[in-house]
Design a protein around this ligand. Structure first.
Ligand SMILES: Nc1nc2c(c(=O)[nH]1)N[C@H]1C(S)=C(S)[C@@H](COP(=O)(O)O)O[C@H]1N2
Ligand SMILES: [Mo]
Length: 316
């Protein structure tokens, strides 16, 4: 594996004096509440994320396949986060007033040591590393993103799943007053996702708390989200508040909405077209020519064995 590791500042309060940090966040929050959401979307500033200093640069860095990092601006202004809006450019401005502190993540269900973690515990007590991952959306675009986070496995080991635990169910926070998209009755909120326990324990599966060495921007799923790089992007659930170990295959928002188009596994598979379009190639955001899509998004060596004996055209 060619993941790059480096130590990064983990708490916003360690990067910027707390008073400055809080006042900027409070200011943004106030601005977001004062302006109407539609109005705010229409006159969105270029970079709606709020890095602690200058906008981070890729400086020529690439993933292990030579794909250049996407820019911080692209990563933070072209988002899928339906709790806010279905417009990819609209998420950044609409999410700036989202409250991410205080924040807790409840880890419970079929475990010996259930625990509710404060976000500060998760940042301090788990080893944060940088991981360069491709994110491949089912809509056939992709990005290369330098995430910061820690393995889901390291957290699950601490709570000790029992022998009955077979799957992990994740849930996003539900805040109707801050998330206008929750009004859409088409989806079964709150956003839920699931992984098989062995997928969740795989070393690639990350709980990401930042990107480009910065705290996670709201539009990318602050303060903590899942990143599963060999699956279509919708499996990488944002702003999680619950992690439940269960003995059944959990239902997921996209599978509920359209089971023919979105299966439980959703492994990136160039050979299995989405019912409405091909998955054989992808458009890397920021590039003109298309790239060939790789099985398991290029991570086959690390994860293909998890599916030995399964027909991936049927269990998609
Ligand atoms: N809670 C929640 N998580 C979510 C989504 C969402 O709408 N709500 N969209 C998913 C989809 S479809 C994609 S492609 C990725 C996008 O992540 P990004 O905006 O950080 O690139 O987030 C995923 N996680
Ligand atoms: Mo997606």
């Amino acid at each position: 594996m060619n993941n790059q590791y480096k130590s990064v500042p983990v708490l916003p309060s360690e990067i910027t004096p707390k008073s400055l940090y809080l006042s900027r966040r409070d200011f943004i929050k106030a601005a977001g509440l004062a302006a109407g959401s539609a109005l705010l979307a229409a006159c969105a500033p270029q970079a709606a994320a709020t890095p602690s200093g200058p906008i981070p640069q890729a400086n020529g860095r690439t993933d292990e396949l030579g794909g250049p990092f996407n820019t911080y601006e692209d990563i933070t202004n072209y988002n899928n986060y339906y709790e806010f809006t279905t417009s990819k450019e609209g998420v950044a401005p609409l999410s700036q007033g989202f409250t991410t502190s205080p924040w807790t993540v409840e880890v419970y269900g079929l475990v010996n040591k259930p625990k509710t973690y404060g976000i500060e515990d998760l940042l301090r007590n788990f080893t944060q590393e940088e991981r360069i991952y491709r994110l491949r959306c089912v809509e056939a675009w992709s990005m290369v993103i330098p995430w910061t986070g820690f393995t889901l496995a390291s957290l699950l080991k601490e709570v000790e799943p029992t022998s009955d635990a077979k799957f992990v169910r994740f849930e996003t926070v539900s805040r109707p007053d801050e998330m206008p998209g929750l009004k859409s009755a088409f989806y079964s909120w709150p956003y839920q996702e699931g992984l098989r326990l062995d997928e969740a324990m795989n070393d690639l599966t990350l709980l990401a708390t930042g990107l480009y060495g910065e705290p996670m921007p709201n539009q990318n799923g602050a303060p903590i989200r899942v990143v599963v790089p060999w699956k279509y992007g919708f499996k990488s659930i944002k702003s999680i508040v619950k992690i439940e170990l269960v003995d059944y295959q959990p239902s997921t928002l996209w599978n509920d909405a359209n089971p023919r188009e979105y299966g439980f596994y959703s492994n990136v598979n160039p050979e299995r077209p989405h019912p409405r379009w091909s998955q054989a190639s992808e458009r890397r955001i920021g590039e003109l020519s298309r790239r060939e899509t790789l099985p398991f998004n290029g991570y086959a060596e690390q994860v293909a064995h998890l599916y030995d004996g399964m027909d991936l055209m049927v269990e998609y």
